[in-house]
Design a protein around this ligand. Structure first.
Ligand SMILES: *[C@@H]1O[C@H](CO)[C@@H](O)[C@H](O)[C@H]1NC(C)=O
Ligand SMILES: *[C@@H]1O[C@H](CO)[C@@H](O)[C@H](O)[C@H]1NC(C)=O
Ligand SMILES: *[C@@H]1O[C@H](CO)[C@@H](O)[C@H](O)[C@H]1NC(C)=O
Ligand SMILES: *[C@@H]1O[C@H](CO)[C@@H](O)[C@H](O)[C@H]1NC(C)=O
Ligand SMILES: *[C@@H]1O[C@H](CO)[C@@H](O)[C@H](O)[C@H]1NC(C)=O
Ligand SMILES: *[C@@H]1O[C@H](CO)[C@@H](O)[C@H](O)[C@H]1NC(C)=O
Ligand SMILES: *[C@@H]1O[C@H](CO)[C@@H](O)[C@H](O)[C@H]1NC(C)=O
Ligand SMILES: *[C@@H]1O[C@H](CO)[C@@H](O)[C@H](O)[C@H]1NC(C)=O
Ligand SMILES: *[C@@H]1O[C@H](CO)[C@@H](O)[C@H](O)[C@H]1NC(C)=O
Ligand SMILES: *[C@@H]1O[C@H](CO)[C@@H](O)[C@H](O)[C@H]1NC(C)=O
Length: 180
């Protein structure tokens, strides 16, 4: 386990991850109306020094995406139909996308978006550690294993106690992203 802390995500974030895989629901199911955020995709791109990126998702092998890796993020507009029976609309109340939000371990780390082109932009995978120990040595990486990546219009300080405060800032996502 590369994690010391497992982040919880909100019900609307979880529902947004599931929605593309649900074709229909029986009509007698009660409707619990969580928000579905627009879809986000993340693709590793070749680094500026020409090194070939590893695949973002893999089940074996030691080397996945590392800090400094450039990602190309692509996202849907708000308002597209989504979810079972396509009876919901993906929605976002946020403004223009400005940051990638990396939900992992105990907090949310933001990285700026650059190189905008239509509904795509680049960002760079951050580094960092959860704590420094009493001797100042770094502990387990902040971002390792499978994490949640979102697109936001701001970078509010949120903790595991008030992660839902991020929701009004979500432009798209989450998408699962594997690091390590
Ligand atoms: C990241 O997690 C993997 C296991 O998924 C582990 O083998 C690796 O050592 C971790 N990286 C660091 C820098 O601790
Ligand atoms: C969703 O579609 C299925 C299959 O067409 C149908 O049986 C079901 O009643 C629909 N559910 C709702 C909530 O409309
Ligand atoms: C190329 O850049 C990546 C990401 O910044 C880095 O991990 C890698 O070590 C670099 N490779 C070389 C040969 O400099
Ligand atoms: C990111 O991906 C989109 C969609 O494939 C593409 O149009 C855009 O040029 C890419 N951006 C960069 C900087 O590679
Ligand atoms: C995300 O990727 C999936 C699978 O390749 C594709 O069907 C979908 O259109 C993509 N969406 C965006 C917003 O890039
Ligand atoms: C989804 O958007 C369409 C077109 O704007 C609208 O007609 C429909 O009422 C919306 N559906 C929901 C569930 O909000
Ligand atoms: C998250 O925690 C890491 C390690 O303590 C820290 O470097 C980073 O600034 C924190 N991010 C935020 C948004 O508080
Ligand atoms: C992103 O933009 C910077 C600054 O304009 C440019 O130097 C760089 O080549 C661009 N990267 C890609 C992958 O297009
Ligand atoms: C801290 O790092 C130093 C230098 O690598 C090492 O000698 C020491 O054992 C580390 N201390 C702990 C508590 O890991
Ligand atoms: C979330 O909680 C932290 C800790 O109490 C607080 O500092 C922060 O302002 C809160 N964030 C928002 C957006 O309310």
């Amino acid at each position: 386990m590369p994690f010391w802390f497992i982040p919880a995500i909100t019900q609307s974030m979880a529902w947004s991850l599931q929605a593309p895989f649900l074709a229909s629901c029986p009509s007698e199911n009660p409707v619990v109306d969580w928000q579905i955020f627009p879809q986000l995709n993340a693709t590793t791109i070749i680094n500026s020094n020409g090194s070939t990126p590893e695949p973002a998702i893999s089940t074996i092998g030691p080397s996945l995406s590392q800090p400094g890796q450039s990602l190309n993020l692509t996202w849907d507009n708000s308002g597209l139909s989504a979810g079972p029976n396509s009876t919901y609309n993906a929605s976002s109340m946020a403004g223009e996308p400005k940051f990638a939000a990396w939900i992992s371990q105990l907090n949310v780390t933001y990285t700026p978006l650059t190189n905008f082109s239509g509904n795509s932009a680049l960002t760079i995978q951050p580094s960092g550690n959860v704590f420094q120990d009493i001797l100042g040595n770094d502990t387990t990486p902040l971002i390792n294993g499978t994490i949640f990546l979102l697109l936001t219009d701001d970078k509010p300080y949120v903790t595991p106690y008030n992660l839902s405060q991020l929701e009004s800032h979500i432009v798209a996502g989450p998408v699962l992203y594997t690091v390590g």
